[in-house]
Design a protein around this ligand. Structure first.
Ligand code: PRX
Length: 644
């Protein structure tokens, strides 16, 4: 199949879009020339209790300080709810589609407002105050969005933990932010199976003495143990609560949420986002990137446990008064036509998913797609990992019938929202490229020494200046924030990604350049998987790298050295995979485990991951220089015994 170089914006799309090329150029110019004026104007998309007069106050050097709209006062939940009541109180805010295709709910803005107030009052009655951290460990049910907004309403800082994480991972996150209250459900549902959320909370709580209250939403009605004095059924506590709860006035720089994400070293870090800049960014990017028009149905398939769910299921769409769809299930249950059936059923106009889902569905061919209409679709989006041109074109031709522009959106937990993406009516698309920066975003490519590279080139992707949605710190560890993001290349925020820029200035993200792997669009630190492996009694040492995987983008490849005397059996291999699943969660399960009698190390004892990555990728004829190894013979053994 020949691949078109560029797919130009269609005139009929540009004509109806919020932003066409001329407007994009104008916005980009104004944002570059006078960021203060540009963002002062854009801040008006948010309803402030006290509008900001100080717009931007940022330094990327020294102690790194990032402040936007710092004298403004607002409430995020009021922006998502209260301000819409007069104009669209009876409009559907959330369409919920159950795992079971027979189940759905429509929740209006008025109903959502009432429910958020009830949950906020429950939290208050349990002693939650402004600034307290509330852990949210929920399935994809409406109450997950309610919990998030209820925290925001009373000024509590939510820390959502993805429902697929293990009790241990959950416990680490509760401990790190010293959270005394947690909101969960009895069970979740995914692909016809139950996820024992409350039981996981009970297991996590054993190592979390700070956890004083657990609010449990009855979702499936499954059997759970309730601990007297600690556990509270949400429906019982809510029954007597008033349906009104005034939104807490928050300073723009008051924390809104913490979200843990994996880095190249150590434990996951608590990415901290604050209120004003994040809300402006969520609203701005959701409106323009998806060209959201009033009345449209918008569906982001992410889980609320990831940043994509925070910004593009909850805050962005609700701030913009959109109808946002929340899907409890998975793409292939009951069958691989499910996404498109949901699109037809709810007349979805804008659809946002991850390349891994597209690649998985491609395997089944066009049949499951083509038996649906998808006539309502207007814009398609991609997020989480590089989308290969083949998957891009399938998405474009088969799913979108060559009618819908694709926005490939590059961003990170740390960036709060999208930074590089096409705009449907403004930017000609190139399959596989995230295209151009949004107005106000200043990407730079730098070489290993921090020199800025000009023109068509390839390098480390940094941002030369701040944008309102940027993370402010690592919760409880500002030094780690500076070290991780601002110490590699002085004066720049370093993303950890590599990118190429072509002659048209388009960005092509090449993937992580650090020890983070991207499995099905989820970030996993190799160090985390390694420490899980070595926690097993039979493992002496482990080294983990990513390798190219057809569906997942990257898979997890582990080299394991056993304790002397242990037999490397098939059973033990399976046991170790199960062990990592249990320690971290299913997303961390290694795809391959190779027994390694020795690991390639330098004479100073440093593992040479470059070589391990090559072996895992089956590029063994380009291993490079191995002469600095303490024992070059270990490499021959690893190459000989490579996993098929
Ligand atoms: O490597 C990039 C990749 O995902 C990383 C961020 O992961 P996370 O914080 O979990 O957020 C995922 C959702 C925004 C980035 O460092 N990534 C994300 N979007 C893209 C991408 N890589 C290529 N193209 C994208 N569109």
């Amino acid at each position: 199949m020949s691949q078109p170089e560029t797919i130009p914006v269609k005139p009929e799309i540009a004509a109806n879009a919020l932003v066409d090329r001329a407007r994009y150029d104008d916005m980009a110019r104004r944002a570059a020339e006078n960021p203060e004026a540009f963002w002062a104007e854009e801040s008006k998309r948010i309803t402030w209790m006290t509008p900001p007069t100080r717009i931007k106050n940022v330094t990327f050097t020294g102690n790194v300080s990032i402040k936007w709209f710092e004298d403004g006062v607002l409430n995020a939940s009021a922006n998502c709810l209260d301000r819409h009541l007069a104009t669209r109180g009876d409009q559907v805010a959330i369409i919920w589609e159950g795992d079971d295709p027979g189940e759905q709910k429509h929740v209006t803005y008025r109903e959502l407002h009432a429910e958020v107030c009830r949950m906020a009052n429950v939290l208050k009655s349990l002693g939650v105050r402004k600034g307290d951290r509330v852990t949210v460990y929920m399935p994809m049910i409406v109450e997950a969005a309610v919990a998030i907004l209820a925290c925001a309403r009373i000024g509590a800082v939510h820390s959502v933990v993805f429902g697929g994480f293990s009790p241990d991972s959950l416990a680490n996150r509760i401990q790190d932010c010293d959270s005394s209250i947690l909101i969960t459900a009895d069970e979740g549902r995914r692909g016809g199976r139950k996820v024992p959320l409350k039981a996981n909370v009970d297991a996590a709580a054993k190592s979390c003495p700070m956890l004083k209250k657990v609010v449990v939403v009855k979702a499936t009605g499954g059997q759970v143990d309730m601990q007297d004095g600690r556990d509270v059924w949400y429906h019982e506590a809510a029954a007597t609560m008033p349906l009104d709860c005034p939104p807490e006035p928050m300073n723009a720089e008051d924390p809104l949420f913490i979200l843990y994400t994996s880095g190249s070293t150590g434990k996951p870090k608590g990415v901290l986002h604050t209120t004003g800049g994040y809300m402006v960014w969520a609203s701005f990017t959701h409106q323009y990137v998806f060209d959201y028009h009033d009345g449209e149905v918008y569906w982001c398939t992410a889980d609320v446990g990831w940043v994509t769910g925070h910004t593009y299921i909850v805050y962005g769409p609700l701030a913009n008064g959109a109808t946002t769809l929340m899907f409890e299930g998975i793409p292939n249950y009951p069958d691989t036509s499910r996404f498109w059936q949901v699109v037809d059923k709810h007349k979805v106009n804008i659809f946002y998913t991850a390349p891994t889902a597209i690649r998985a569905l491609m395997r089944d061919g066009e049949g499951p797609v083509k038996k649906t209409s998808r006539a309502s679709l207007r814009v398609l989006g991609s997020v989480g990992e590089p989308i290969n041109p083949e998957a891009w074109l399938w998405y474009y031709r088969v799913v979108g019938d060559q009618r819908c522009p694709i926005v490939d959106t590059w961003w990170q937990t740390e960036t709060g929202g999208i930074l590089i993406s096409a705009l449907p009516g403004a930017i000609d698309q190139k399959p596989g490229s995230a295209t151009l920066p949004l107005p106000g975003v200043k990407p730079v490519l730098v070489d290993g020494d921090g020199n800025v590279l000009e023109g068509a080139t390839e390098g480390n992707l940094c941002l030369a200046d701040s944008w309102p949605g940027q993370m402010r710190t690592v919760y409880g560890d500002h030094e780690r924030f500076i070290q991780t993001y601002f110490s590699t290349f002085r004066g720049f925020y370093f993303s950890g990604d590599g990118a190429r820029r072509d002659e048209d200035g388009y960005y092509w993200i090449t993937g992580r350049v650090d020890d983070v792997i991207n499995v099905s669009g989820h970030r996993m630190g190799t160090a985390e998987v390694e420490s899980a492996l070595v926690a097993h009694a039979k493992v002496a040492e482990a080294a983990v790298v990513g390798f190219p995987h057809d569906i997942k983008g990257q898979g997890i490849y582990a080299y394991v050295t056993l304790v002397a005397g242990e037999e490397p059996t098939e059973e033990l291999r399976k046991e170790l995979v199960m062990w990592v699943r249990k320690e971290i969660g299913p997303i961390a399960a290694p795809d391959a485990i190779q027994w390694a009698p020795g690991l390639p190390k330098t004479r100073s004892g440093k593992i040479m991951r470059r070589i391990l990555r090559k072996i895992a990728a089956n590029e063994t004829d380009s291993l490079g220089d191995t002469s600095t190894l303490a024992d070059p013979a270990v490499v021959d053994d690893l190459v000989r015994n490579r996993m098929a």
